[in-house]
Write a protein that binds this ligand. Sequence first.
Ligand SMILES: C[S@@+](CC[C@H](N)C(=O)[O-])C[C@H]1O[C@@H](n2cnc3c(N)ncnc32)[C@H](O)[C@@H]1O
Length: 402
Amino acid sequence: MLRNSKMEEKNSAEFRMVAKTMQGLEEVLGKELIRIGARDIEVHNRAVSFVGDKGTMYKANFLLRTALRILMPVTEFEANNEQEFYNGIMNIDWSQWIDEKNTIAVDCTLNTELFHHSFFMAQKCKDAVADQFRNKTGERPSVDKDQPDLRINVHITQNKVTVALDSSGSSLHKRGYRHDTGRAPLNEVLAAGMIQLTGWDGRLKLIDPMCGSATIPIEAAMFAANIPAGYFRDYYAFLKWRDFDSDLWEKITEGAINRINNNPVEIYGVEISSNTLKKGRENIRNAKVEDLIKTFCADFNTWDPPAGTGIVIMNPPYGERMDKDDITTFYKAIGDTLKKKYAGYSAWILSSNPEGFKSVGLKPTRRIHLYNGPLECRFMKFEMYGGSKRTKFQNPQQKEPS
Ligand SMILES: C[S@@+](CC[C@H](N)C(=O)[O-])C[C@H]1O[C@@H](n2cnc3c(N)ncnc32)[C@H](O)[C@@H]1O
């Protein structure tokens, strides 16, 4: 009894955390954080900070679709040279989270003239942690760069060192359902963010007519059915921490899994390459959403979409390997097909190719600035009004009223 009440007291202690994300997804992430009960949300560049307790941290890792990592700040100190940095790391009691049998990794970013090599400072941090354990026990934690039990995040601005624990341990875009991909797959976090930016709520038909490895259809299906983002992921660093509360984690994951719904949803994935679609279909099966997504091996320009209204979200090839004439032809065909076959739909296109967008030949009603890895992109919305006779009634499935 005493143990439980003490445990509850510890678990309900609140602290500030930072959810890292991609540029352009900060507002969406802020809204997701509100939905999981986080407080005092502050939006930054590629990050959102928030206040919550240990349960909020578990929820953030398991539920957030647009977060890359959840950092838990530990301390800040000043360091003007390597020795002061080493001492500052040594002053943290690392046995609060792990013991010498666990594995560690260190990420370091620098914004300072005092230190020059982030790799070297990460090494220095790792040495300090290792030395602390070796001095006490004669043994030291080993390094695991991929799935460590404790990932330490060090950020140095001038002489200010901020140390945080990366509770996720590896990027949360690694959902666990995608093993094989086509060329240039979208990051899952970016796909989830794009879907939420469109305002789609699962009720309209959603079509990805160039779906590749099916990232957009899968993220849309998981979003609509309320399948937790981390449902298929079995690794988070905090699971190995000394203060890990398995009862609390079980309660949170079970509660979320019970909220998965069976709402009807219509999602379509179309892909011209049978080889790529094979991989997409396998990912759809891995994510257990095959009942929610219909796939077609077809050319977007000849495939007939279901009649009525809906939303198109697409990530066409950006054309890095095409010459200018090919880009113009390719994107013009996209615009023509949208006009001809998608009256009543709204279409969202992600591309880094400004020439391509020009060739689409439609006026965007929204433009959102996003990054796909290092590539600066626009995510543009085009309304395919059903109003003009030309666009509305070129679709043979729709009859002109008498
Ligand atoms: C940038 S990739 C899409 C990646 C995808 N979002 C993912 O996460 O894997 C573009 C895809 O469009 C497909 N594609 C190109 N032209 C097409 C067309 N006319 N119809 C359908 N798919 C097409 C390519 O084969 C490629 O898989």
